[in-house]
Design a protein around this ligand. Structure first.
Ligand code: 13P
Ligand code: SF4
Length: 311
């Protein structure tokens, strides 16, 4: 990237010239969120990708989000600023092992979290995000045998609020699993009026002490609606950028991780994307996401089914 260019202006110019749309997840850095055409959670990103008329989609998020956009729009060019932006949760569910698990339970309905590879989606009946997981699980009759993967925390949480007994894949997200219950409770003593708000990818003891549990978008909405003035936020801290923008007079305290020597409440994969990489990505139209045609044809079905149910 040339030294003295104004990145914001150049990115804006390139996006217009190329009829590109920049979609960013709430876990991106503030500068990327601010320049994006849309900022959203995983569900919103898929919904925007499905309806955009742009020729190029730049997905500022992690690989599976780019893949989901490509599956929905196979004829468009889908770019991500850094191809190494993976996801520990998606990695915790390798497709061959998941396929084997599915085979061992013939007749079961397979519900997969969007945080999965295209190959896992290809053996899935319906995809969910944390925003619509409850609604989609409850759209099946109570006696349906359901396999739910890959997040064991979200799966356990959905089982507990719906009374279902879904069979769970044993996967997790390294960011959401490392929040410290002790430190959250210490913070609560320091800020007794604060609400603890938590993403369902967190472990059960943290969910149990929380005042509100929801997806990234649900947490954001809650902070706007709530009369409380302080929030201890147990999810990736990037979303606090939008929370502060929406409620400048409220206070947001990121929940601390177990290891206080690292910024572990930031997803290191999400943070691989930078403004410089976004600029290069638009300029050179690289790196691009590709999905095998056979896999794409299978994987689009459960994603479309999710979009239909969550309309
Ligand atoms: P949502 O955007 O659906 O809340 O998912 C959280 C997440 O971890 C995305 O990687
Ligand atoms: Fe994956 Fe967790 Fe990062 Fe989300 S926060 S992208 S689930 S590793």
């Amino acid at each position: 990237v040339p030294k003295d260019i104004n990145l914001k202006e150049e990115i804006d110019k390139l996006r217009k010239e190329k009829n590109a749309i920049i979609l960013a997840h709430y876990y991106q850095t503030g500068d990327i969120q601010d320049i994006a055409d849309f900022v959203g959670d995983s569900l919103a990103l898929a919904q925007w990708a499905a309806k955009t008329k742009a020729d190029i989609i730049v997905l500022c998020g992690v690989h599976f989000m780019g893949e989901t956009a490509k599956i929905l729009c196979p004829d468009k060019k889908v770019l991500v600023p850094d191809l190494n932006a993976g996801c520990s949760l998606a990695d915790s569910c390798p497709a061959p092992a998941f396929e084997e698990f599915v085979k061992q339970h013939p007749g079961a309905t397979v519900i997969s979290y969007v945080n999965t590879t295209a190959a896992v989606k290809a053996v899935t009946d319906v995809v969910v995000t944390s925003t619509n997981a409850r609604q989609i699980v409850e759209s099946f009759p109570e006696d349906t045998r359901i396999i739910f993967g890959p997040d064991r925390n979200l799966g356990n949480y959905i089982n507990s609020i719906t009374g279902r007994n879904m069979l769970l894949w044993d996967g997790a997200c390294h960011v959401h699993e490392q929040f410290s219950l002790e430190k959250i409770l210490e913070l609560k003593k320091q800020y007794p009026d604060a609400e603890i708000i938590t993403h369902p990818e967190c472990k059960q003891p943290i969910i149990q002490v929380s005042d509100f549990v929801g997806s990234t978008a649900a947490l954001l909405k809650h902070t706007i609606k709530s009369e409380k003035k302080q929030f201890i936020v147990a999810t990736e801290s990037g979303v606090i950028h939008e929370m502060r923008k929406q409620s400048p007079l409220k206070e947001f305290i990121p929940a601390p991780p177990n290891d206080s020597t690292c910024a572990c409440n930031e997803c290191n994969f999400m943070r691989l994307n930078t403004m410089e990489k976004l600029y290069n990505c638009l300029k050179f139209e690289l790196p691009e996401i590709f999905v095998d045609e056979e896999v794409q044809k299978k994987a689009i079905k459960p994603i479309r089914r999710m979009l239909e149910i969550s309309e």
